[in-house]
Design a protein around this ligand. Structure first.
Ligand SMILES: [Zn+2]
Length: 90
């Protein structure tokens, strides 16, 4: 079962202008610069500002995955019981 399709990039929003594009000198740099309003914000602060947004996305992903797991299980069961009489799964 492949769960890769459920991974996604959660867009982080600039607390000042709600822009989603940021620039940084390197992926390890401590802070990033919003390309919309040029506000410099630390990654930590950016994540804190987006906490609600991140949690909402995680909730969505969890829902999708549990649905995918349930679907997968149902398919496996249908396969396993295929051909056996008197056992039907809807
Ligand atoms: Zn901004």
């Amino acid at each position: 079962m492949n769960l890769d399709k459920h991974s996604r990039t959660i867009p982080l929003h600039c607390p000042t202008c709600a822009g989603t594009k940021f620039e940084s000198e390197s992926p390890e740099s401590y802070s990033v610069t919003c390309t919309g309003c040029e506000r410099v914000i630390t990654r930590e602060d950016l994540h804190r500002e987006n906490e609600e947004n991140i949690q909402a996305h995680l909730g969505e992903i969890k829902k999708e995955i549990s649905k995918a797991v349930a679907d997968d299980l149902r398919k496996r069961l249908q396969k396993a019981f295929k051909g056996s009489k008197g056992f039907k799964l809807k």
